[in-house]
Write a new protein. Structure first.
Length: 443
């Protein structure tokens, strides 16, 4: 599939450097499962590419105002009665007109010579299938000669023929679909890409990379069937080497999310699935950024682990992975780690300490410090029914520590047990008194 049926790659073929760009009459038809999110996604990528406007087609397809039902979508182009679309218009406007998504820091120019414009290979949109998703992409059309003189961070030859001259660009990407230097196949371009590749020093699959140049010797074997994966992967390596993309995308995303939450620019409860995805794919990155790189937690970051989310993102981390990370970070971080984890688990209707909790207790120099961080377990801040009953069910956790081989741990538990039991009695008396007062009011 050479021209991806996706609006961003298709629209980016029409963006001309130095000119405003408004995408008119675009839509995402309501026959795919991502219909509702596609509009917000498009607005975000339009911001990244610094486009000037988006016009959805259309509000109402009929020329008459009263011949279509309000409660039935009869045309896939209609927006007026599509709740998955029309209800997002306000947010999409705020997204596009505000600064939620900033324009890309770097720009890439896709350079067309006059000979490029006289031919059209099937895979002409290959750069558009990748670049507008990561940076700002513009098309440049040379009308005087074949030499590019622009100031983009990267210039990419359109590559329809072997004649683009990007020697004056800050960084250049070369490839060619045709072995000829012109569309009419008069001048052979043999050896041209090989000479350019001599300036590179790093071997990539089907390409060579240097400090200012990336050359694909033969693009057809890599992408001739419409699979642009290797092309995009090599570009990714090049952009990272050139400092135009972060080397660690996961950490880059995690740091940006952490900063936005800590600065109170976004609310922590809105990102449950992002936490979960990040933790499952890159657990060390999540732990480093949100916990391990700090001596104490920021107030807003702390809320992520305070039980306000439906599920703590830390639950998705395997115990052995968490313990491995603890070993890497060192014992100085153990109290902070203890303050954010959920230290117990349900096993056959009973509560037990998790392997991570046991590891922290057993390996910290003063286990009582870790245990004090776990005291919130015995004082739940969310419950249904009787709080006293909830506290009783957690007593076995304390009792299991009373027989711990470390006397510091066992003595700590023995000291806490009578205090906790007295508190349970007090809570139960309070609950009984409250229930009695409620009953008396209804009599």
């Amino acid at each position: 599939m050479f021209l991806r049926t996706n609006m961003l790659p298709m629209a980016s073929t029409a963006v001309v450097a130095g000119n405003p760009f408004i995408l008119s009459e675009w839509n995402e038809y309501g026959v795919n499962p991502f219909h509702s999110t596609a509009f917000i996604s498009m607005a975000a990528y339009a911001c990244l590419n610094d486009w000037d406007g988006l016009i959805v087609y259309c509000y109402h397809t009929s020329e008459s105002w009263n011949d279509q039902p309000a409660d039935e979508i009869t045309n896939i182009f209609d927006a007026y009665n599509d709740p998955s679309l029309i209800c997002q218009f306000g947010f999409m406007a705020a997204l596009f007109l505000g600064d939620l998504v900033r324009p890309a820091e770097h720009r890439v120019d896709l350079v067309f010579t006059q000979n490029d414009l006289k031919t059209l290979p099937p895979a002409f949109s290959m750069p558009n299938a990748y670049l507008p998703y990561i940076t700002s992409l513009r098309n440049v059309f040379l009308d005087q000669g074949d030499a590019y003189t622009g100031d983009a961070d990267v210039a990419v030859t359109a590559g329809f023929v072997k004649n683009g001259d990007l020697s004056q660009a800050k960084r250049a990407v070369y490839y060619a679909w045709s072995p000829y230097r012109d569309a009419l196949r008069h001048a052979n371009g043999e050896g041209r890409l090989e000479r350019l590749a001599a300036k590179a020093d790093e071997e990539l699959p089907g390409a060579k990379l240097g400090d200012r140049i990336l050359v694909f010797n033969e693009i057809a074997p890599l992408a001739g069937e419409g699979d642009y994966t290797t092309f995009a992967a090599n570009l990714d390596v090049a952009l990272k080497r050139w400092g135009l993309l972060p080397a660690d995308k996961a950490k880059h995303l995690a740091v940006k999310l952490y900063t936005a939450i800590a600065d109170n620019r976004v609310f922590h409860t809105n990102f449950d699935y992002i936490y979960k995805s990040l933790v499952e794919a890159h657990p060390f990155v999540f732990l480093d950024v949100f916990i391990g790189d700090h001596n104490e937690l920021d107030y807003y970051i702390e809320q992520i682990f305070s039980g306000q989310l439906m599920v703590s993102p830390l639950r998705s981390i395997p115990n052995e992975t968490f313990i491995e990370w603890c070993n890497i970070k060192g014992k100085a971080h153990y109290p902070l780690i203890a303050s954010v984890i959920e230290p117990y688990m349900h096993v056959a209707d009973q509560l037990q300490w998790t392997p991570v909790a046991i590891f922290l207790i057993n390996h910290y120099s003063d286990p009582s410090v870790i245990l004090e961080e776990f005291m919130h377990v015995f004082h739940p801040n969310q419950w249904e029914g009787s709080l006293a009953d909830k506290m009783v069910k957690r007593l076995p956790l304390l009792e299991s520590l009373m027989i711990h081989e470390n006397p510091v741990v066992s003595q700590w538990a023995k000291n806490k047990e009578p205090i906790l039991k007295k508190e349970i009695i007090r809570v139960r008396e309070w609950e009984q008194s409250r229930e009695q007062n409620q009953n008396e009011r209804f009599e």
